[in-house]
Design a protein around this ligand. Structure first.
Ligand SMILES: Nc1ncnc2c1ncn2[C@@H]1O[C@H](COP(=O)(O)OP(=O)(O)OP(=O)(O)O)[C@@H](O)[C@H]1O
Ligand SMILES: [Mg+2]
Length: 284
């Protein structure tokens, strides 16, 4: 097909040889199938800020610090230089998250870098070599749903151990290849320890996945993986290979009311005694 303007610089630099087809054009990006030498890859071209929905940008960007303080200040001020820097931060956030996930043992498309607002990555294909479907487009057997759900819980665990919460995990952002689920679309990934919304976003990610798989395996419906995982994470006990159970006992430990009442009574008596001593002193 005719080379889209935004991809031309990568062709000039020899990173891409040919654009084969457009896979889709969404809210935030247009995705192409491209050829680099003998490899067929995927190129995601980000739309510019004005064309993207920025509804939740602030929520996601909280805690996303730039290492460069001039850049941080510019980003906060919202100058045109600042906006440009923010734009770049958004674009590199996805490639950074992909590298981290890949390293943490989470199945994501292998990243090859982000150049001029174009992310180059592995094209995920199915057993026939066609572009892999999204979870939303497939029907699973109960056994496959249970197995893939367990894999997904492990991927979310591994991401959390690496300090990442996806933030937009759903059946629309997971592809299915011959080996299992592959997580995509991470530009909004957030820092688990620095973002106040991390716990809620993590729970939403986990619960979206559980809801999806429980359509095929209803026994998953009442599992409590989000709470179990976050509890272990907060205690510093979550490891990439932690075997989760899906069970979580809410802290229903009733407070030890009797001993609290004893304490209050003792404090009251002590105060009474003190006042009596004061009164006695005044009377004398
Ligand atoms: N590495 C890949 N391999 C195969 N297909 C891909 C890959 N990356 C993206 N796609 C396809 O392109 C679609 C859009 O990609 P992605 O979700 O990353 O972009 P997006 O702009 O956030 O889209 P949306 O707004 O629909 O979520 C995916 O649903 C998937 O079908
Ligand atoms: Mg998407």
């Amino acid at each position: 097909m005719k080379t889209p303007q935004r991809i031309q610089p990568l062709i000039n630099d020899g990173l891409i040889d040919e654009v084969i087809s457009q896979l889709m054009s969404g809210k935030e990006a247009t995705v192409y199938m491209v050829r680099s030498g003998t490899n067929i890859r995927c190129a995601k071209v980000y739309k510019e800020a004005i064309k993207r929905s920025f509804k939740k940008a602030a929520q996601y960007q909280e805690g996303r610090k730039s290492r460069n303080s001039r850049r941080s200040r510019a980003m906060e001020k919202g100058s045109s230089y600042g906006r440009e820097q923010q734009e770049q931060a958004w674009q590199t956030a996805e490639v950074d998250a992909l590298y981290k996930c890949d390293e943490a043992g989470v199945r994501v498309p292998t990243p090859y870098g982000c150049f001029e607002g174009v992310l180059l990555m592995e094209l995920i294909t199915d057993a026939q070599g066609d572009v892999a479907p999204r979870l939303n487009d497939v029907i699973l057997t109960e056994a496959q749903a249970c197995r893939d759900h367990a894999t997904m819980m492990n991927y979310i665990t591994r991401m959390l151990c690496a300090g990442i919460v996806h933030g937009d995990l759903s059946e629309f952002n997971v592809l299915l290849d011959a080996q299992g689920p592959v997580i995509i679309d991470l530009p909004q990934a957030i820092d688990a320890s620095a973002n106040n919304n991390a716990k809620a976003m993590h729970a939403r990610d986990v619960n979206n996945m559980t809801r999806y798989y429980s359509q095929f395996a209803p026994q998953l419906k009442h599992t409590q993986y989000a709470k179990e995982m976050w509890h272990l994470y907060e205690k510093g006990d979550l490891l990439p290979e932690t075997e989760l159970t899906g069970l979580f006992a809410e802290d229903t430990h009733s407070a030890d009311v009797d001993s609290i009442l004893d304490e209050i009574q003792a404090a009251y008596e002590e105060e009474q005694a003190r006042r009596e001593r004061i009164n006695d002193a005044i009377d004398q």
